[in-house]
Design a protein around this ligand. Sequence first.
Ligand code: ADP
Length: 484
Amino acid sequence: MKTFYGNEYNFSWIDGKKIESDHSSEVINPATGQSIGLVPDGGAKLTLRAIDAAAQALPSWSKLTAGTRAGYLLDWADRVIADKEALAQLLSLEQGKPLDEARGEIEGVAVYIRWYAEEGKRAYGEIIPASRPGQQLMVFREAIGVVGLITPANFPAAILATKVAPALAAGCSFVLKPAEQTPMIAIALLSHLMATQLPAGVANLVTGNPEEIGGTLSADPRVRKISFTGSTEVGKILMRQAADNVKRLTLELGGNAPVVVFPDADLDKAVDGIMGNKFENCGQVCNGINLIYVHEDIHQALVEKLAERIKVLKVAAGSEPGCQVGPMIDPSYLNKVETLVNDAVMKGAKVLAGGHRIVEDGYHVGNFYAPTLLDGVHEEMELTRKEIFGPVAPVLTFTDESVVIERCNNTPYGLAGYVYTRDAARMFRLIAGLEVGNLAVNGTSLANPQTPFGGVKESGIGRVGGRQGLEEYMELKYVALTLE
Ligand code: ADP
């Protein structure tokens, strides 16, 4: 397996060309702290060139038929799948996730691209019954224009696809800025897109300074929309910046997802669901479970089953065979997890598994944190209010259904929620009661290309996925046509 890429990805994609950079930044392997290659350290100048190219390319790209655009997308998906193993290895090395998870993510990239290639053909307008004789009231759908796409480091391939595919299918051109920790997988995926002979300027990618690139995208009136996935803090900055030219936004931000396990639940199913969700991607998932609320009657049983499973999780570099939990992407994420766990322990939480960094020979090796189970958690602890974004499972108990709903809703976030119960009436009370954009009942998996994923409250605006995810890249034009 390749572990050093040198200058292989040390370029930006602008106007159909690879642009080499005068300044570069190192990309770090989170499992070792060592450099795995260089990427350009771009800023405002490069971003402006990319916007110029996207603006030039827009009119002809948006006028193509949806079928022609789908042709490029389907070709892209085929190329991604043909190169799946190499892409998965790069993703795992750069991001840290287990190789099997990386393979799944690359497969997911192709699934999203193919779905939006087809959905672009169904961007139907409307004809509305008129108020006057001789009149036609019509609604056209048009590409919104040049879009800025800003992606995070946790699913750097899948989230890229959930933005690029609908943007292209809708007829938009774009400037993409990947996260500074994971730029190489984005450059690799764009290189496959460019190999489809996509018209120059439709797809552009700039890496480097987030504030400069984001600020330039926000300030330019030609960029009609920004689609961002990342922290609520940065989402708010982009929202303020977007106000100056009333730019459209899709924001997929942080969460504080609860799972509520009732006494009538299938406990083994709940344990499987919690394990699958909580430790995927080392807990760095925006809709990942943050808090486990379990009914007092089954608390002991659930905690024992979870502890048994968590203690044997294999923590290793993503490339190591059998790895189940990799390193955290960034030392800052690791520090946050450590601070939150220490605060909880200081306030009385009991550590039933993990609870510490993984240190070898007295030195920190990579950004590893031991999969952790905390019992006796209560609302005084910081981690009940903050997104943990790491491999830590905090358990809280409850007795009353309406009180637990209130506790779940007592957060500025509203991204995801999970419920385990076999009582149909209770399911509907929870569906109505939980203030979230996405809810899974008796399961913990939510991502599909055909479903609208997104948050309420401070978890975001707009939806990613589904026909709604395509509409995010289109404007409506209403036309009142009088024929005589
Ligand atoms: P996380 O906390 O999940 O790392 P961030 O919100 O910090 O999320 O990062 C998500 C994406 O937002 C990354 O691509 C990052 O470079 C980018 N980003 C960070 N700060 C800004 C900013 N001021 N303007 C635009 N993008 C930004």
